[in-house]
Design a protein around this ligand. Structure first.
Ligand SMILES: Cc1cc2nc3c(=O)[nH]c(=O)nc-3n(C[C@H](O)[C@H](O)[C@H](O)COP(=O)(O)O)c2cc1C
Length: 206
């Protein structure tokens, strides 16, 4: 067994905000010594919808080289970080559809004791970041995963203000994550790796 903690950062993003958080999560996990896979979930929206929004179309083009997530990525990883935009206070359906394919892994207990954590973005300040993160986390309970949020474990969390998972207000894609949101994402990612490492060591010595 490799000693390095393996992290899968799996996200959906239409206009790029969640993708920026995902990249910050990757950088922080790598800085913590983890082996990291960045994966997008499959797009489900029709071409007409994507083409009708310039920001969406250009983001699809910019991230064409990011590999699509597979169930194997979840089995491979010790730590799972999931991100999705807020859609009516819930995660975008693209991520939910990916979750809905994990039934066989769930049935075989393949996701038990993975560290899991989530993040989001929304257009407006109280538009549902927290409810989205908590909705994503509901799935983790069913998997038997160990949920690790950022809490207030770092001073930046008193600025970022979301102890459930990193998030930011995008003003409908007009505003990218600021330094506080990126730092919050990094705190969450590093913490997930640290707990994942401790758990991996502990489980290996059982
Ligand atoms: C169908 C739909 C529903 C949305 N629902 C919400 C919402 O409930 N609250 C909110 O603040 N923003 C909402 N938004 C805006 C997105 O959450 C926001 O633009 C987000 O930053 C997009 O993230 P992305 O850049 O990663 O795609 C919604 C957008 C769409 C298309």
């Amino acid at each position: 067994m490799t000693d390095r903690v393996r992290v899968a950062v799996v996200y959906y993003s239409a206009t790029g905000g969640t993708h920026k958080l995902a990249r910050a999560a990757v950088a922080a996990a790598e800085g913590e010594g983890a082996e990291v896979r960045l994966r997008k979930v499959r797009e489900l929206a029709p071409e007409e919808a994507i083409g009708s929004n310039a920001g969406w179309a250009s983001h699809v083009e910019e991230t064409r080289d990011v590999q699509e997530a597979t169930l194997d990525d979840l089995v491979w990883a010790d730590v799972l970080l999931f991100g999705a935009p807020t859609r009516y206070g819930l995660p975008a359906a693209q991520l939910k559809q990916f979750f809905d394919q994990t039934g066989p892994l769930w049935a075989e207990g393949k996701l038990v004791n993975k560290v899991a954590s989530s993040f989001s973005t929304a257009a407006t300040a109280h538009g549902g970041q927290e409810s989205t993160v908590l909705a994503i986390n509901n799935t983790f309970y069913h998997w038997g995963a160990v949920i690790v949020g950022p809490g207030y474990v770092d001073p930046v969390q008193f600025q970022a203000g979301n102890p459930y998972g990193a998030s930011f207000t995008s003003n409908n894609g007009q505003t990218p994550p600021d330094d506080t949101a990126l730092a919050s994402m990094a705190v969450q990612s590093r913490r997930a790796v640290q707990i994942g490492a401790a758990l991996k060591r502990g489980l290996a010595s059982d």
